[in-house]
Design a protein around this ligand. Structure first.
Ligand SMILES: Cc1ncc(COP(=O)(O)O)c(C=O)c1O
Length: 256
């Protein structure tokens, strides 16, 4: 009964992204009620393996008391603190420091966003700002890879190479370019890793030449974050570990 009324309320009021509206309306929502470890349980009692780790953001798995307690403590002490206007808070500062310790090379400064798509938009703003500050404002063209995923905001979805994210939305923008994916499955150059990498580099060079080397702002390869997140969770067992799309910024290569 409760379930049925939830399904009707959902039909009446809730918009589901990445779903067929008519198909969803017909089928009705599957309500998730609880979760533990790597599984979620729906309102009818069916347990499902959460292969997506939420939307790749529950890489620690569900139901860790240490996370629940830390979140509850923080909600009591200071539920929100902006970083605007020179303000800060202890958890944000400590997390930035921990991430900087783990980041490769000289990546020592962390900018927090609300999620992966927001991180991509912020990254593009940082890169544009960087080139404008360097006196090269004409560097405003971005290259990503086919089959890459950069989220669902208007700008990020243009770099994302999924036709469903483009059709009817007026994207990609004319400053967003793609090169073929180095994905080995059915790659036209075969399965040999060195050959695939060589072909990918050649495609990137050709694209940069076509755009104009002094126009390219950045190449944005899409990291295989989905695999990273799931294997992280598998290896973690009962210990939480963290990967995040927000870290995408670390893997960008501004064109020098
Ligand atoms: C590389 C990358 N960028 C951006 C995103 C979008 O993240 P979000 O769903 O948090 O907006 C994802 C999501 O999987 C991603 O893998």
């Amino acid at each position: 009964m409760l379930n049925n009324s939830l399904i009707e309320l959902d039909r009446a009021h809730l918009i589901h992204p990445v779903a067929s509206y008519r198909g969803h309306e017909q089928q009705g929502v599957r309500v998730l009620a609880s979760a533990k470890g790597a599984t979620v349980t729906d309102a009818s009692g069916h347990r499902l393996v959460d292969g997506f780790a939420g939307l790749w953001c529950v890489n620690a798995g569900y139901g860790h008391d240490s996370i629940v307690e830390a979140a509850a403590r923080q909600m009591r002490d200071l539920p929100y603190a902006t970083a605007y206007f020179g303000l800060g808070s202890e958890p944000a500062i400590r997390l930035a420091s921990e991430l900087a310790d783990r980041a490769p090379g000289d990546l020592k400064h962390i900018y927090f966003t609300l999620g992966g798509s927001d991180a991509i938009d912020s990254t593009i703003r940082f890169i544009r700002y960087y080139w404008i500050a360097k006196g090269q404002p004409q560097r405003d063209q971005f290259i990503s890879i086919e089959q890459g995923y950069h989220g669902s905001s208007t700008v990020g979805a243009g770099l994302t190479a999924l036709p469903n994210f483009h059709a009817g939305f007026g994207i990609p923008f004319d400053w967003q370019h793609k090169i073929p994916s180095p994905y080995p499955y059915r790659n036209p150059v075969g399965e040999d890793a060195a050959t695939i990498i060589a072909a990918s580099l050649a495609a990137l060079r050709t694209k940069v030449e076509a755009i104009g080397p002094d126009r390219v702002a950045a190449f944005m390869p899409s990291r295989s974050r989905v695999r990273a997140a799931s294997s992280c969770r598998r290896k973690a067992g009962s210990r939480p570990c963290v990967t995040s799309a927000g870290i995408s910024i670390s893997f960008l290569s501004p064109m020098r």
